[in-house]
Design a protein around this ligand. Structure first.
Ligand code: SF4
Ligand code: SF4
Length: 332
């Protein structure tokens, strides 16, 4: 039997999404990294640890997620993971495209990283590689198997778009074969490259999302895998909440910008930044001015940057609200 719950927002848990560099060996079609806004630099280990120190007071309730670009391109990633563990952070995860550069697995014990989370966007090379690049499926699945052989816990992230939504329900056998314990479904955000190429129509309609995603998630969870997927479309009886107000998330970029909302990352409206290695507030107006706005469409940033997923009745009233992109359902 599966158990489904909405993962409620809480200020009692902190999530630190730490982009330690923006460089990447791949060139995925929907990459959200925007070097104009996020910088092109690689943070030295000393800066990574100083910035983590800014969260020292809440380390016991804080999860650190190292990302890039491709974080394993950073020669000191293993040391950064060890430092985060020694500093007492609740968990340390690495989000990787699977290439596992610098032989990172051999520099760590399985207890030193809580998860290696691999990005794969299809159950076959044909589906995945047209989005992420030729040969990536092979490399990524080999990386997952190598991590499992060494005893690391592995999870997988699948970004759903118009290009691969119909392939989602074929992921179950592959996940089981790969020994994946947690499966995260994400929805495409129209930012980074997807925003540059708006004609491509990557967004998924409400009808398709509701018809395909919950059922596919349920089917996969029945294999004993914990599946998480974003709610995206709220039912009339469900309450809209903005995580910028009710949760404690930080999206850190190597140029020192720190956002509280991932949908804001294409714009210089970050509410925090690192100054002399200390976390400081930025001048208003910034993203935090959007969080309190109440609109009938739900998420303000969704309406501003990706309104194609909205629908209006003949009276001009929106037919549903869009949830915060961080609101998730979890089936275990
Ligand atoms: S692996 Fe990630 S950072 Fe690299 S190109 Fe793909 S989406 Fe962008
Ligand atoms: S995605 Fe929307 S609801 Fe969520 S933090 Fe950003 S502005 Fe708020």
């Amino acid at each position: 039997m599966t158990n489904k719950k909405t993962v409620s927002f809480s200020k009692k848990t902190t999530n630190i999404f730490f982009h330690i560099l923006t460089n990447c060996n791949l060139n995925c079609r929907h990459c959200y990294i925007n070097p104009e806004q996020h910088g092109r630099n690689t943070l030295p280990l000393s800066v990574i640890t100083s910035w983590l120190d800014a969260f020292a007071e809440k380390s016991r309730i804080a999860n650190v997620i190292f990302l890039g670009g491709e974080p394993t391109l950073h020669p000191d990633l293993a040391s950064a993971i060890k430092k985060a563990k020694q500093a007492g952070f609740a968990s340390v995860t690495v989000d990787t495209n699977g290439y596992l550069f610098h032989d990172v697995l051999s520099k760590l014990g399985p207890d030193e990283a809580d998860y290696f989370s691999f990005s794969l966007d299809g159950p076959t090379a044909a589906v995945n590689d047209r989005l992420r690049g030729q040969g990536v499926y092979e490399k990524c699945t080999a990386g997952i198997r190598a991590a499992n052989r060494r005893g690391f816990a592995t999870s997988l992230i699948y970004t759903v778009s118009q290009s691969n939504i119909h392939d989602l329900d074929r992921m179950g056998p592959l996940l089981e074969d790969l020994g994946i314990r947690r499966f995260f479904i994400q929805v495409i955000g129209i930012r980074g490259k997807s925003a540059e190429n708006r004609d491509e129509k990557l967004q998924v309609s409400r009808e398709e999302w509701i018809r395909i995603v919950p059922e596919a998630a349920e089917k996969i969870a029945k294999r004993g895998i914990t599946v998480t997927y974003p709610k995206v479309f709220l039912k009339p009886e469900e309450t809209f909440e903005c995580t910028g107000l009710v949760a404690d998330n930080y999206f850190i970029f190597p140029n020192g910008r720190v956002y509280r909302c991932p949908l804001c990352e294409d714009f210089p409206i970050h509410s925090l930044c690192f100054k002399d290695n200390q976390l400081a507030e930025t001048e208003r107006l910034n993203e935090s001015d959007f969080f309190n706005l109440s609109i009938p469409e739900g998420c303000v940033m969704n309406k501003l940057i990706q309104p194609q997923n909205l629908s209006y009745g003949s009276n001009g009233i929106p037919e549903y609200k869009i949830a915060c992109c961080m609101l998730k359902e979890e089936i275990s």
